[in-house]
Design a protein around this ligand. Structure first.
Ligand code: M6R
Length: 606
């Protein structure tokens, strides 16, 4: 969460900082700010709200200076406001920060006793005053080191100094930070995406690293204060994904791209000629795996629940699923015959990264399923399976969910084949099904595009809503409810349909919208019975099914009849109407679709 940009140049930097902050807004968007060095003085401008507000401020009163830092905030300590917006500056330094300083209360008390006057409620301001204080007695590098050593918690920092007015300093512990190499200028960014419009040559900082940028040089130091060299990576070009094109927002673009996501992903993993799945250098022989543990957060966790059904059915390996923020603090019995799989779109989610780190410290085999292959999670795991969805900008995860499920399904089939749990024909049939999936997704998007706006109207007036499914449709029900909540701020519950009578049925009342996911699978009749129980209590049912039988849909308010596929692949198609439904409800409520309130795309704090 929060986005950092820093530029050391020989030209004016404010405009490029604003441009990059706009790209970083997916990380946080409750306030924004910029600081530059002009005539050896720090100049700071900040405001509550979006980068657009900051841009207006700069339009009236432009920022000069060829060195600067900028920030977009996702509030942790202190309300979203101008005072709490970053940078936080003293006469000597200006600081932008991502992460959380856990001992800030104690540090603040000590600094106040020394006479420092705090203006904000943030944890960041302690960094400003610590640096200011250490600079009184130490040179630059020592003052930075002493400051970093005093901090507990996580951070990525961008710092300007009045006294050292030709440098921008970056430091990382726990929160990602990258530097970029440009022509006659250098950059600091909380991710490569923010830097892409300026350079494709970047270096990622590791935990404990400090970097010092001038307009023509970048130096790196490790946590022992030793000068180090770091690898420069060349980023790939993915312009088509970072432009909204004719779409109103990124989310609708990303929903509409899901057939392409599926197509690219299948192409990357499936050898069509040999009818086989490519999986080279897997870190553990699938025949030796005793258990697979799937870990993620939010939507990525929902893909793990879906995969549990596939893996159990196809591989005969015991499966455990875990929410990363729970896994990281539980007492886990690690076993080096187990495979630990981490699912994350961004590859930067703090809890997922911490869970992976715990596995690494316990010397077990790790594999990550990520969208961002340069991410911290990808770089730290033994094996990476990219989902190839291209950048996902909308905060609500859509195409990445399809990609995550697809890679997990592909992995399940391959492990099943290697362990001889399915025969050759079955294996090849599944591969054939995979080839058909992109077109089925496209048809479903087209069909639901026209049918979901009318259904959305029922949700606006209602007190809340429920999403029910069994088997593979249960995690999709959870995902449908999550999408609706995060986009439209309306209460929604996802439940296994069979659990209703154990409590949630009490919520059903006249007119409550209830989405029933009922593909024609082994649970179909049971799900339809649960649906009747809802109807009998006045629930307004929206049935999503691939079954033709008209009788089942009597008394149903709306039926969405989606394309037929087999049981394994139905989660992919069932997801689409739910994404579109959430989208249209949010659009009717005039919510900010790409940037829902209180959220951020990359959750880099606990
Ligand atoms: O980048 P990740 O996949 O690790 O992110 C995990 C969750 O924060 C994310 O899926 C979140 O739940 C989405 N906003 C849901 O749409």
């Amino acid at each position: 969460m929060c986005g950092i940009i820093g530029i050391a140049s020989s030209k004016l930097v404010a405009q490029n900082i604003i441009h990059s902050l706009k790209k970083l807004e997916y990380r946080g968007y409750d306030s924004a700010g910029i600081a530059t060095i002009v005539d050896n003085e720090i100049h700071e401008k900040k405001c509550a709200g979006r980068v657009d507000n900051l841009e207006k401020l700069l339009f009236k009163n432009p920022s000069k200076g060829s060195l600067g830092i900028g920030h977009v905030r996702w509030a942790t300590h202190g309300i979203p406001s101008q005072l709490n917006a970053h940078p936080h500056s003293s006469d000597e330094v200006s600081v932008v920060h991502n992460g959380i300083i856990e001992n800030s209360t104690l540090l603040k008390k000590n600094l106040e006793e020394k006479g420092y006057k705090f203006k904000s409620q943030t944890d960041t301001e302690v960094i400003t005053f610590l640096l200011t204080d250490f600079l009184k007695s130490y040179d630059l590098v020592d003052a930075i080191n002493k400051t970093l050593k005093a901090l507990n918690g996580s951070f990525a920092l961008g710092i300007l100094f009045k006294k050292y007015s030709n440098i921008v300093v970056g430091a990382r512990r726990g929160s990602p930070l990258a530097v970029g190499y440009g022509p006659e200028e250098n950059y600091l960014g909380s991710d490569s995406y923010a830097l892409k419009s300026m350079t494709n040559k970047i270096t990622y900082l590791d935990d404990g690293d400090v970097c010092i940028l001038t307009n023509n040089k970048i130096e790196f130091y490790n946590s022992e204060n030793k000068k180090i060299n770091k690898k420069i990576l060349t980023l790939s070009e993915d312009k088509q994904f970072t432009d909204k094109g004719d779409y109103k927002d990124f989310m609708s673009k990303e929903i509409n791209e899901q057939n392409i996501t599926a197509k690219t992903c299948v192409k990357e993993y499936v050898d069509q000629l040999r009818k086989d799945i490519n999986l080279y250098n897997f870190p553990i022989n699938p025949k030796d795996i005793e258990k697979i543990v799937l870990i993620g957060c939010g939507t990525a966790y929902h893909s793990c629940i879906t995969a549990k059904y596939w893996f159990e059915e196809l591989t005969n390996i015991p499966i455990e699923i875990d929410i990363a923020s729970e896994f990281r603090y539980r007492k886990i019995n690690f076993n080096n015959k187990n495979l630990y799989v981490f699912v994350s779109q961004s590859g930067e989610t703090a809890d997922t990264y911490a869970a992976l780190d715990l596995c690494k410290k316990n010397n077990v085999k790790t594999c990550s399923i990520v969208n961002v292959v340069e991410s911290s999670i990808a770089r730290s795991s033994d094996f990476v399976l990219p989902i190839h969805a291209g950048p996902e900008i909308g905060v609500a995860s859509t195409k990445a969910f399809i990609g995550q499920m697809l890679v997990l399904f592909i992995l399940a089939i391959k492990i099943s084949e290697i362990r001889k749990e399915i025969n050759k024909t079955d294996y090849e049939n599944k591969i054939d099904d995979l080839q058909k999936l992109p077109d089925l997704i496209k048809d479903t998007i087209n069909y639901c595009q026209d049918n979901t706006p009318i259904i959305a109207k029922d949700f606006i007036k209602a007190k809340g809503s429920m999403f029910l499914g069994r088997g593979l449709s249960f995690p999709i029900a959870l995902e449908g409810a999550l999408k609706l909540k995060e986009l439209s701020y309306l209460h929604a519950e996802g439940y296994p349909a069979g659990e209703m009578k154990h409590g949630p049925l009490a919520l059903i009342e006249e007119g409550l919208p209830v989405v029933i996911l009922a593909p024609k699978d082994r649970y179909f009749e049971k799900t339809i019975s649960n649906m009747q129980e809802v109807i009998a209590r006045g629930g307004k049912v929206i049935l999503i099914t691939d079954e033709d039988n008209k009788i089942i849909s009597e008394n149903v308010r709306f039926t969405l009849k989606i394309a037929k596929t087999n049981e394994y692949l139905s989660p992919f198609l069932m997801t689409i109407p739910l994404q579109l439904l959430a989208y249209h409800v949010a659009a009717l409520k005039n919510c900010d679709i790409d940037k829902p309130r209180n959220l951020a795309k990359s959750v880099t704090v606990e």
